[in-house]
Design a protein around this ligand. Sequence first.
Ligand code: PMP
Length: 357
Amino acid sequence: TRLTRADLEALPAYVPGKSVADLTRELGIAEAIKLASNEVPFGPLPGVPEAVAAAMTQSHRYPDMGVMQLRDRLAERYGVSPDRIVTGCGSVALAEHLAKATCLPGDEIVYAWRSFEAYPIISAGVGATSIRVPNTPGHGHDLTAMAEAITERTRLVLVCNPNNPTGTSVRKAELDRFLDAVPSDVLVVLDEAYREFVTDDEVPDGLVTYGDRPNVVVLRTLSKAWGLAGLRVGYLVAQPEVAAAIRKVLTPFSTSLVAQAAALAALDAEQEVFRRCALVISERERVTEALRKLHPDVPASQANFVWLPLGDRATAFGAACEKRGVIVRPFPGDGVRITIGKPEENDALLAAAEAAL
Ligand code: PMP
């Protein structure tokens, strides 16, 4: 007898990066370096551990289900009304809720491929059909083809900008054209998990540029630039009616007490976040340039990682880096995603890359 859905057997699992502890133990070295999960490497922001400790005095109580303080804070930050904001257990959970709120089984979700590996899982979770639109030869979204892929069954389009794992981004002119081409009854999610690392002025801030479009939702996270990956806080900004529908399918209390407190403290440390992002950005440019000397086809990245399109050599490259104590993220047969770390971690990565290529 089968207790779970047969179609899930063929679904690839989400693969987390190997842990620092595991590789450190395996190699018997002082400490492995992890450049595999797009985390920012500088530890918790000042004020966050204290806020978490303070919140713990109430850990026997449910958190505020409406997440009012944090939503008010984000609303103020972005100049929108709080009823347009929904928070969740990481932005990946919100993407899941967006799929639940838009798709019935057999409906279609359009996204670029390769893009964020959670998209196929989210799509399968609601019984939707994934329509994967191949990236351009430059490893970025083909927005023209994505618009053409929309059918009467399409309910949701996911645009990852900058794109995980290739680091590429779409610019305003092409995104304008794309959004104008999308039917008004199809919801477009601009997944801007890496927005804080964007330096190209032509890559639009979804909230500023498209926030007023009725069928656009902007998805953001506090996991990356804001350093809260371990506490799981994401948020989205949508039109009030869309936000209300998403709230109906939310897992109750899914933004935990600690997550809410930590998010508020992180938002207080904005200046430090900008400082950290600036360092990551300058290291990104340095690493990109160095990797291009080893492999010419490294696309420009607007995120906190870079993409090495090694094709069939991706797995071997990942293994070679691990032998040297550096964990990266190979996507077999396709490429390797390398998160930007501290300068000395990036040096170790570049040494490993030079030996491997
Ligand atoms: N969107 C993109 C494009 C991502 O790369 C990630 C993290 N890998 C997420 C969403 C989810 O991040 P989180 O759930 O930690 O907010």
